[in-house]
Design a protein around this ligand. Structure first.
Ligand code: NAD
Ligand code: UDP
Ligand code: UDP
Length: 431
């Protein structure tokens, strides 16, 4: 038996193989392309029919059966809707609508530290007013989820940047909040805290000077240190240990205030300085170690509430929406000197622990731990100046604010399972 090599008897190709070759060529080059074109136009005609109303049983919402023009108009519609509101997220479930401002009324506003607790609430207000808001944050204590509900919005930008580095931007107003604020956070890396308050504020002032923007610094009641005057009015110069565990924050903010007025006097920069007293509310970091977050988290988990020292030291607590209103009034008003923003409702820390237990209906014990060094013994704002100059005063009672904050932390706990609050030692936040 001879092996077949493809050559037929008596020639190179047999008639049979030539026929198969021709048939294959016809099939590949003529019949298949014609069939494809025909089926395509068939599909096209089905689409045209669907467009003109006969949708073959599918709902008009099924995007698989929309034509190109429909998809485009649907996209444009959705984009328009999204540019007028926030998108609900776990952290910010309520939809916030944004106003539409004419070009000359819409400001470009920079919020440093805008992904933090206070900053993110301020961003909400500015976005709802219809301004273009740029958040600059290095995420040391801030979290992307605090502003995630604005990420899609054309008026919103997020820049991951450390304010200790120079920043170029073209803006009309700067709210300068960037700085860790709770004792465990600012004591975690004291040198960095000083750099943030000094180099960071210098850079933001240089920016404000160059673009002629008005700049507001979020200073703090800590600049009064362990006060010998009670309540504290703006004229009091304070009692601060320059080399204690709190100094990196207290002295950093004092220098920042000095720089604000030096730039005003020397370079005519328009400055505003808010001295903020203890503020609380949703979006506080669960590991910030502050008394409000610690006590609520401990109480909700039926764990002991940790009071540092005897608990006779006092604090006065303000709800975050009041602070945001105060910052906004200060920025947009004519008053240029430092001004206290706080709620004068004063508690001893011991009383506060009992109050939190009552509001959370908790059976937790109250445990007394060692006092922390340089802990101010009392603190309460005198807000006469804010009332007079800004027509501002807190509107939310501590109880109302706490019940919203308790609901918020309950949600965080449901999600996390368990939270171990940050103790008196410095600690890096867990995102
Ligand atoms: P926070 O820690 O939640 O927010 C601070 C934000 O600044 C965070 O998002 C953090 O990531 C960011 N940040 C820190 N260092 C930065 C850097 N070098 N560059 C860029 N971003 C940086 O604190 P908060 O409670 O929202 O405080 C905001 C401001 O208000 C701070 O300036 C704080 O000193 C001031 N303040 C707050 C209180 C209060 O009770 N919450 C009281 C007094 C003053
Ligand atoms: N700066 C900035 N952005 C600007 C302008 C200035 O970050 O748009 C920084 C600048 O790098 C400098 C600081 O702000 O470190 C202070 O600027 P200023 O012009 O007051 O001082 P100088 O640059 O003359 O030292
Ligand atoms: N504090 C406390 N237990 C805690 C956290 C804080 O007793 O778990 C005390 C703290 O010693 C201080 C007060 O509560 O006297 C307020 O502390 P916080 O850190 O909230 O703010 P600040 O000291 O900056 O005012």
């Amino acid at each position: 038996m001879s092996a077949s090599t493809g050559s037929g008897k008596g020639g190179f190709f047999s008639k049979q193989s030539i026929f198969i070759l021709l048939a294959g060529t016809m099939l590949g080059y003529v019949v298949l392309p014609v069939l494809l074109v025909e089926t395509g136009s068939l599909a096209g005609s089905v689409q045209m029919k669907m467009k003109s109303g006969t949708n073959g049983g599918y709902t008009n919402d099924d995007p698989r059966h929309l034509g190109g023009d429909d998809i485009m108009s649907r996209l444009i519609e959705n984009k328009k809707l999204l540019s007028t509101q926030s998108l609900p997220t776990d952290r910010s479930p309520q939809v916030m609508e944004t106003a539409i401002l004419s070009d000359h009324r819409r400001k470009k506003i920079l919020v440093t530290g805008g992904a933090g607790f206070v900053g993110s609430h301020l961003v909400d207000k500015l976005m709802m007013e219809g301004h273009e808001v740029t958040v600059v944050d290095n995420f040391f204590t801030g979290q992307k989820k605090n502003v995630a509900h604005w990420m899609h919005h054309p008026n919103f930008s997020l820049v991951v940047h450390d304010v200790t580095e120079p920043l170029m931007a073209e803006v009309n107003q700067i709210y300068h909040l960037a700085c860790p604020a709770s004792p465990p956070h600012y004591q975690f890396n004291p040198v960095k805290t000083i750099k943030t308050s000094t180099m960071g504020t210098l850079n933001m002032l240089g920016l404000a000077k160059r673009v002629k923007a008005r700049i507001l610094l979020t200073s703090t009641s800590e600049i009064y240190g362990d006060p010998q005057v009670h309540p504290q009015a703006e004229g009091y110069w304070g009692n601060v240990n320059p080399i204690g565990p709190r100094s990196c924050y207290d002295e950093g903010k004092r220098v920042a205030e000095t720089m604000m007025y030096s730039y005003k006097d020397q370079s005519n920069v328009e400055v505003r300085v808010a001295r903020i007293f203890n503020t609380f509310g949703p979006r506080m970091h669960p590991n910030d170690g502050r008394v409000v977050s610690n006590f609520i988290i401990q109480a909700l988990q039926e764990k002991p509430l940790t009071v540092y020292g005897e608990g006779d030291q006092t604090r006065s607590f303000q709800y975050v929406s009041d602070l945001v209103d105060g910052l906004h009034a200060l920025m947009n008003g004519g008053y240029e000197r430092p001004i206290n923003l706080g709620n004068p409702d004063e508690f001893t820390i011991k009383e506060f622990a009992v109050f939190i237990k009552k509001l959370t209906k908790s059976k937790s014990d109250i445990r007394f731990l060692a006092a922390t060094k340089d802990d101010p013994s009392k603190r309460k704002p005198d807000i006469s100046l804010a009332k007079e100059k800004l027509k501002w005063e807190p509107r939310v009672t501590v109880e109302e604010g706490l019940s919203k904050t308790i609901d918020y932390f309950q949600g965080i706990l449901d999600e996390a399972g368990e939270i171990i609050p940050t103790g008196p030692g410095a600690s890096k936040p867990q995102n």
